[in-house]
Design a protein around this ligand. Sequence first.
Ligand SMILES: [Zn+2]
Length: 307
Amino acid sequence: MPLYAGFDLGGTQVKYGLLDERHSLVFKDKRPTPPGIKDMLEVFAEVWEDLKKNEKRKIMAVGFGIPGIFSLREQKIIQSPNVPALDGFDLRPALGRFIDVPFWIDNDANMAAYGEFKAGAGRGVRNLIHLTLGTGVGSGIIIDGELLHGMCGFAAEMGHLVVNPEGERCNCGSRGCLETEAAAGPIIRNYRKLAKSQEPLTAEDIAAKARRGDVNARRAYEIAGAYLGIALGSAINLLNPEKILVGGGIMESGELILPRAIEEARFRSYKASFACCSIEKASLGNDAGLIGAASWAMERATRKTSF
Ligand SMILES: [Zn+2]
């Protein structure tokens, strides 16, 4: 059975793996992300040679999930806030120097959504929204069984839906985006404000406090949950999805954020549309991106489309 390779490039790690035609992961591994673009390409080249060497079956195509705004028309990274070395970089010719099979590049959050759609909790769902809550908020949308790209490939940036017009400044230039209100940083900010504390804490530390009954910690997650619910309610009204899956590091403490988000989404959306939609935890964890990238390559290679 032929195989498909998937790469998921993150700010700290490059995750990669091989998928068979049934979308089962047959191999996966990871390496630290080097800071410079030259070293990053070297890692890709090395991993690719290793994958081919260690696998008797033929690898038909490769998918790359890249953080940031990737232009499908120009096949170029426009902006990558988490991996600034990639800003403006012409990735396709650079990869083409050593990837000797067809390959596709797409936004990492789109790839994670596609992974859940093909091999995770979104299997069989034709209208799906997938969100990743971590340091930031990534999202991908499947409409009528197709990944939503928009005109240039920039669609589905739910992390930059404005949920609080008076909120904090966002990296994108706006203010009060979902990403500045419902990710790890905002949860820490909420807690510090409520507890009047400057203690250096992570979102996990605050989750542990919440589980021990700390009211401020609990509230810090609920505030983030309410903002998440505002975005989900808008998305439900806009797209009438069958399922919304929420994954990412913050969802390790999903019980602290999701119930409040669901309550708010119910309030913010049409009853009939809300009733069509289930809001659940995603199922593939950290593998969603690489599984999605490999699935996407499989889909594109089988359909023989250029991007
Ligand atoms: Zn923003």
